[in-house]
Design a protein around this ligand. Structure first.
Ligand code: SAM
Length: 170
C-alpha cells in the first residue's frame, strides 16, 4: 500500500510474485479472467527453479506467512480435521502443523507441483484430487481461489465441511 497525495492507493494488479516476473512464464495471466491452473503450473515451475526450500524465500514473505499461520492456528479447534484449499508452497501449513500436532491437516492445490517442499512432511496430508467423501471441520481458503465459486469446487466444499465450520478468506 502506498500513499499518494491525499489518497491511499491499492494496486489492483501485479506483474510478479517472489521475484518471478509473469513475462517470463510460458502461460501469461489474463487481464480479465482469474488465473488458471496452467498459469499456476507455469509459475511453480519457475518457483522451483529459483528456490530450493522455504529458507531461500524472501524474509518479508516468510514473516507475513508466519503471521497468517499464527492467525489461522488461533482459529482452529482442538483435534480438528482441517483442509487448506489452495495451499501453494505449503509454508503456512508446515508452520501450523509444527505448532498444532493435535490437528489432522490436509492440503490441496490445483497446481500440480505447488506443494513440493512439503511432500515429505508427514504432518500434512497432501491431496491431489477433491472427493466429497472427505469431511473437514474447518476449510480455509485463499482469495485467489475465488473462481471456484463458479465451478464444481464449491459443491465439494459445501458437501465436505462438517457441522462446525468456518471459511477463512486470506
Ligand atoms: C497466492 S497463492 C497462495 C498460496 C498459499 N495459500 C499461501 O498463502 O502461501 C494462491 C494459490 O491458490 C491456488 N489456487 C488458485 N485457484 C485455485 C482453485 N480454483 N483451486 C485450487 N487451488 C487454486 C494456486 O495454485 C496458488 O497456489
Amino acid at each position: 500500500m502506498r500513499m499518494k497525495n491525499c489518497c491511499v492507493e491499492y494496486p489492483v494488479y501485479e506483474k510478479e510474485w517472489l521475484g518471478i516476473s509473469f513475462d517470463k512464464l510460458s502461460v501469461k495471466p489474463s487481464f480479465y479472467d482469474l488465473a488458471t491452473s496452467e498459469f499456476y503450473d507455469a509459475f511453480y515451475e519457475k518457483f522451483l527453479d529459483k528456490y530450493s526450500g522455504f529458507m531461500d524465500l524472501p524474509g518479508d514473505w516468510l514473516a507475513a506467512k508466519r503471521i497468517t499461520a499464527e492467525y489461522i492456528s488461533g482459529l482452529l479447534p482442538d483435534g480438528a480435521k482441517v483442509l487448506s484449499y489452495g495451499c501453494g508452497s505449503g509454508y503456512v501449513e508446515s508452520l501450523i502443523a509444527s505448532n498444532r500436532s493435535d490437528l489432522r491437516l490436509t492440503a490441496f492445490d490445483f497446481a500440480e507441483v505447488a506443494s513440493k517442499f512439503i511432500e515429505n512432511d508427514s504432518s500434512v496430508n497432501i491431496i491431489k484430487e477433491l472427493d466429497p467423501k472427505y469431511k473437514f471441520n474447518v476449510i480455509y481458503i485463499n482469495l485467489y481461489c475465488m473462481q471456484l465459486i463458479f465451478k464444481d469446487a464449491l459443491n465439494f466444499l459445501v458437501r465436505s465441511v462438517m457441522i462446525f465450520w468456518k471459511m477463512v478468506a486470506l
